[in-house]
Design a protein around this ligand. Sequence first.
Ligand SMILES: [Zn+2]
Length: 741
Amino acid sequence: MNRSAKTLALSISLISGLASTQSLLAAETLLGFDAAGSAAQRALEADFDSRIDAREMEAWLRDLSFEPHHVGSPKGYANAQRLAELFTSWGYATEIAEYEILFPTPKTRELELVSPGSFTASLTEEALDEDPSTSRTQDLLPPYNAFSRDGEVEAELVFVNYGMPADYEVLERHGISVEGKIAIAKYGRSWRGIKPKLAGEKGAIGTLIYSDPLDDGYGQGETYPQGPFKHESAVQRGSVMDMPTYPGDVLTPGIGATPDAVRLDRADAPTITEIPVLPISHKDAMPLLAAMGGDVVPAEWRGGLPITYHMGPGPARVRLKLEFNWTMVTAYNVIARLEGSEFPDEWVIRGNHHDGWNHGAADPISGLVALMAEAKAVGELAQAGNAPARTLIYAAWDAEEPGLIGSTEWVEHHAAELSEHAVAYLNTDGNSRGFINIGGSHTLEKLMGGVTADVIDPQTGVSVDARRRAMLTLEGSNARIKNEAKNRAQLRISPLGSGSDYTPFLQHLGIASINIAFGGEAQDGSYHTLYDTYEHYLKFRDPGLYYGVALAQVAGRATLRIANAQRLPFEFAGLTDNIALYLSEIEALTDALRSGTEDTNSLIDAGTYDLALDPTKNLGAPSSNQPVPYFNFARLHNALTRLDAAATAYEGKVDQPASAEVNRLLYSSERLLTRGHGLAGRPWFKHHLYAPGFYTGYGVKTLPGVRESIEQLQFDAVDEQIVIAAQMIEELAARVEDLSR
Ligand SMILES: [Zn+2]
């Protein structure tokens, strides 16, 4: 019995007890509304729900994913035009915001085994009779990693497992270096861009990344088209731009990529890789791996291919040649605006990208069709006299796949007005059936708890909150998570790292953000391959789009509650509790480093959220040979104590009406968690509570200034980072004290 079947069976046995809690919640007033306001809002939401149509969403899904539609493609432009027409027809003031961006596409891709023997990699995905979409490939970009540099290299291979810091420690213990070699890494466990970044730092001259069948191919289940898992020829495309330094157009950091923007020379762009990197299928990887020698890999490094895995170096020697067309293309963001009836200067922004690496049915169209259904329903409600109180902006971003480019350029271009007017940003991306998964700013945790208690899971008939609680009660990765699933008033939402379009809003401007997706019951291997098609999606990911409807209900409710609340639904007790958790993790990490006896790997971010659902957690902790000083965490504890008292006092205010000035102080409170100077070495990232890890890429680092200086053994920097973080919490505490008066 696989994980998902087991979870479902156990979930159903548990949910009856939780269902009664959920119906109690539904009777309460909504956060930010009085009793009459709550009743009106609930009636509006029922009307909203009745307008969400799964069959219409399915038709949009088919249309928008009919052909490959990456940025710069004819279908990408046609989709932007189609979206603009639809938003306009639903009553929105719609524009297409264009940016001129650097977008490399492959010109030459060659990979061969030079010795022993010979083999030339096909670097091609196979069309399948069972899936007609896989034959519509006129504009398909072949498998590649965008923002790899050009290069031709020939060297012996070294197998580096997932290419994480801890993997290089193992290689070192075996006396193996990648200096002057080509690293071959498995996809998974980290964001892909970290693999060439780290290999390059260790002296490798090239990197290959392949998908091992043990991770998402025949080692997991039936492969496509018989099942959802990875076809032997499938290759995961994806960007390797150094997004932890800055995302967006590589030539225009910090400013919008308008036609007249001042641009870097490509040679000076710091986010293009140092060494060439190419993704390949396991079918192409197998002859290379089979020709390797040297030590046999540790048991936990073994994959699912029918070979003995060796670490090398060599004797397998390969030649890799990559050349790209470094062309400028136009990114088309579709921006649709509905003016608020009471507070037009307060903006609630809801976005999902529209570009895909290929047909992109799951990523991103499955999320986009939920956004479209929401926008259509909201437009109809407005025409019937129920316009939102605040201004709503629906955005369909272009060029997300190569590096969050469309959203980042729009945010940078409009930074001043967004800083002034943006109340919150709500993001979705891909979606599939399973459990609700929410990440975001913890000032919105309570709002999201209320929303997820009010939306019914299509498969089990209990709320999506109750269903997630049932799963975590059984499968939470530690005792605290299991206990909280039963007893905490709201489920914790995950802190956000990076990986989708919320990054510029949250981490560059300090706009409170939320990311929403269902998933966990439809594992598959289609991500960024030729096989992410309408056919695959409807057969394996979300037949009937029941979870597409549920996504529209969750995201639509959250958007409308923020848009209509009498007092904006931010609160601070949950935030305080989460920061306290992060601080305790950092202290535990420090103690473990100092004692040198604990497994620090298990402590990094331990308990932040469900490890089983996050593939980025296997960050190797540095093994410390240098003495670890005692740091002065007292100032952080004192700041948190003050914030805790203020947050508790503020709870007496949440159901009282608020002036426009109070609402402004509420939504701008997230800005207090940013610093103009940004994080050390990466000034684009301004947020000092949430950041993508410098060595995890997508994986979040909370209190990143403090945490990363400890993890990276830069002990001299720690006390200064503690002061920055404490000052920021003190400023927030002062704000909440003002709000509580
Ligand atoms: Zn996506």
